[in-house]
Ligand binder design. Structure first.
Ligand SMILES: Cc1cc2nc3c(=O)[nH]c(=O)nc-3n(C[C@H](O)[C@H](O)[C@H](O)COP(=O)(O)O)c2cc1C
Length: 219
């Protein structure tokens, strides 16, 4: 074999070894990179789990009780107050939606034959609720409503009759044209004896007074 052929073979072997070496190094780099990526994902997932946990605990107050603000509102006043309470304590805001919405004629308290007047005059009236409300997971329920003829609208009794709130703390609140909450709360206390009703409050004086009231509660 002449020298030129030997030199060519040596050159080919050197180039081949170089290529294999490069391939081995670069494939190792890729593996490291993909490991790094999957580590990053794990960390990100870890964070998202933390976030999920944060969301779950969003419904809890600092003393770890799970809170719902459940309300009925025909013309939006009680709904606004319910929102202030949610802003102050967190928890889930849940509306009691009537199966048949109250029209302004239904709400006409000057008419003895209006729907609201007839319902309030009939102690057995239980207007149907449209939505399903699950109260099982809550320890504390703020229960809001407007005062109708000095009392809670009958749909609040539909709600109380159809949910087992035994052992839970229920904090009533209302809005009104001036009447107080006392009469409705006395009714609740005497008819749903296993529920821990607090005295509640009439909240007609705006956001600041709502927040002051909430901050003064101990539950
Ligand atoms: C049928 C009906 C009866 C009412 N009766 C009373 C009452 O006895 N005393 C009172 O102060 N306000 C009374 N109001 C006024 C409401 O309590 C008040 O406007 C309330 O803030 C409405 O809340 P909402 O917008 O969440 O429905 C009555 C309103 C209606 C529609």
């Amino acid at each position: 074999m002449n020298k030129k052929i030997i030199a060519l073979i040596v050159a080919i072997v050197v180039i081949a070894v170089g290529c294999i070496g490069f391939w081995v190094i670069s494939s190792n780099n890729n593996k490291t990179e993909s490991n790094n990526n999957s580590n990053t994902n794990t960390t990100e997932n870890g964070n998202s789990n933390e976030k999920q946990e944060e969301n779950t605990t969003d419904n809890r107050t600092t003393n770890d009780k799970k809170v719902a603000i459940i309300y009925f509102s025909a013309t939006g006043t009680t709904e606004k107050v319910a929102g202030y309470i949610k802003d102050a304590v967190g928890g889930d805001l849940i509306e009691i939606v009537p199966l048949y919405e109250y029209t302004s004629e239904d709400l006409n308290y000057n008419n003895n034959n209006s729907r609201s007047t007839k319902e309030q005059n009939d102690s057995s009236a239980r207007p149907e609720i449209k939505n399903t409300i699950n109260t099982d997971n809550y320890d504390v329920i703020f229960l809001g409503y407007p005062i109708w003829w000095g009392d809670a609208p009958r749909i609040i009794l539909t709600f109380l009759d159809s949910h087992n709130l035994d052992g839970k703390t229920v904090i009533p609140f209302c809005t009104s044209g001036g009447s107080g909450i006392t009469s409705s709360v006395s009714y609740f206390k005497s008819h749903y004896k296993n529920v821990n009703f607090e005295d509640g409050a009439t909240l007609n004086n705006g956001e600041v007074s709502v927040k002051n009231w909430v901050n003064g509660l101990n539950y």
